[in-house]
Design a protein around this ligand. Sequence first.
Ligand code: DP6
Length: 337
Amino acid sequence: VNKCAVVQHILKAYSKEPKREQGTFFAPSNIALCKYWGKRDTELNLPHTSSLSISLGNLGAKTTIALEQALKDRISINGKEVDEDSIFSKNLSHFLDLFRPLNSVFFRVATEVNIPIGAGLASSACGFAAVVGALDQLYGWELPLSLLSILGRLGSGSASRSFWHGFVEWQAGHDADGMDSAGACLESVWPALRIGVLIVDSEQKKLSSRIAMQNTVLTSPFYKIWPEKQARDLKDLKKAIEKQDFMALGETTESNALAMHALMLTTSPPILYSQASTLEAIDKIWHYRQLGLPLYFTQDAGPNLKLLFLEKDEEAIIKIFPKLIVVSPFNIGAFQC
Ligand code: DP6
């Protein structure tokens, strides 16, 4: 099954002609507490295991899409035109190919991102989700979020979780066409929860998560025990969220991230995203935790860390990490997942 077939299947009953001049959609960035690492289908971004994330409230991408008169797509980020020969433009145009009524139709795509670029804040996740949502608006499909999630996944796996606020679970699914592999939000609200983004190095990552996770699946001798660990962590995380048990949430999140990075170390050739500054920060977190401060971290495909803590400890934690960017995931007006 290829991407084109999935898109055609989802959109077969819907309009091929834009209904409006333009479509706009905001998608929040998301951080996985239980990671997506490894695909059973690399074409459709179908994961081996389910994953669970927290969305970052007002931090994310807002994209506006309109038809473009010129004979190519025009793409801008934060008001700056992106070079059409850049990998970014090529990837996005390739994704937009799935949604052109004719090969001769092009789009103007303007994205505003309010997340610090290069901080490892899953910009591809909210980016693809915002593009899909904006296309939905432009064409007037009014698809349910579960179908937008499937379309977003075709751009980047983690985009499937960027269509909701709060906690989101992406069910791995079993079907070959991935029609059962979509995100869904958890009802739970946890207003005191805080996520801190700790930038220890702002250089772009050297190895993409796409290649890294595929190498892990193919060569790590420990990958076979990952699904079992994932299933347990997912269950524990959902229980912790339901009971608002912060220690359990933190312990499981941290352990899940460390296990993912341990898998990478056992990949051939080994993958190491941590830097000396990452390990120094981890050491500090563990030091203060031993002193009684409830502070945990997670780490994705880069050297930076995302900290988990509660509102009551915010002041103390900013004293330890003065440059921390603090996010209140549930502070978004009336919460609607
Ligand atoms: C470590 O979603 O970027 O952030 O599907 O190949 O685009 P592709 O991968 P991507 O991988 C994200 C990996 C992660 C963990 C996570 O977000 O679950």
